[in-house]
Design a protein around this ligand. Structure first.
Ligand code: ZN
Length: 254
């Protein structure tokens, strides 16, 4: 864990001590993989299976709101929580999904066709189909090649958005209407393009809770990492880490 993460944790705990509470709304949790740490990963992308199981038990307990898939959120100001995974790691199928199914929690897995083509540690295409058949599992897109979509011109952006949706729909045989922004990188222009490409919901990486009126193509999301203890997790679900948005900048203002 870096000194930065330690400093962020201290700020979050200060907010807890001050009793700062987030507004209700849709809280979106962002995960990558659930398993052993990835080689050379400074970001803590892998959450240990035992920690993930405990986190999901807390979500299933209901204290953070009604558990919903990203596409099924009402976004009406009621307390909702969505569990999302980016990139399409293989252990989402083998390790995370069984826990989520056991607890009856819906979840959303946003995958990048280009990463699936590249193989391990990402899902193979037949494994994606297997994941898509799990009751409660929603499949979304995460770009076609994992490029930063906010930096592309309109034509390249349309290829990434429509291309990812088309490839996933062809593989799954059903509509794909949700996505997450690769690298969390989005803008108002990119959001408008995502809507035009047929997406109804998209989440970025801006910390915070989604109140009514938030652009559904620029939904805020908190990232859960392998560095997070249970108290960090509860804080992230309860708004103690939402100050982090101040150092990120809102894509809705770009
Ligand atoms: Zn990604």
């Amino acid at each position: 864990m870096s000194w930065k993460h330690s400093a962020w944790r201290t700020l979050a705990r200060t907010r807890e001590a001050l009793g700062v509470r987030a507004r209700p709304g849709l809280r979106v949790l962002g995960y990558h993989c659930v398993g052993a740490p990835l080689p050379g990963d400074p970001y803590g992308l892998a959450v240990a299976p035992a920690a993930f199981e405990r986190q999901m038990e807390l979500v299933a307990y209901g204290q953070f709101g009604r558990a919903v898939p990203l596409g099924g959120a009402r976004l009406d100001g009621g307390a909702e929580i969505a569990v999302t995974f980016d990139d399409g790691y293989q252990d989402v199928l083998r390790t995370a999904a069984p826990t989520l199914v056991r607890l009856g929690l819906p979840f959303t897995v946003c995958v990048t066709p280009g990463l699936l083509d590249a193989g391990r540690p990402h899902l193979a295409w037949d494994e994606l189909s297997e994941l898509g058949r799990i009751n409660g599992c929603e499949i979304g897109a995460h770009g076609l090649t994992h490029a930063r979509l906010d930096r592309l011109d309109d034509a390249a952006l349309a290829v990434e958005l429509s291309g990812s949706r088309q490839r996933l729909e062809d593989a799954l045989g059903r509509a794909v209407r949700v996505m997450t922004w690769p690298h969390g990188a989005a803008s108002r222009r990119a959001a408008a393009a995502a809507k035009a490409a047929g997406f109804a919901r998209a989440a970025c990486s801006l910390y915070g809770v989604n109140a009514p009126g938030r652009d559904p193509l620029l939904l805020q999301r908190v990232e859960i990492t392998g560095f997070d203890g249970e108290r960090d997790f509860v804080g992230k679900c309860s708004g103690a880490w939402d100050w982090f948005a101040l150092r990120q900048g809102d894509p809705a203002s770009r």
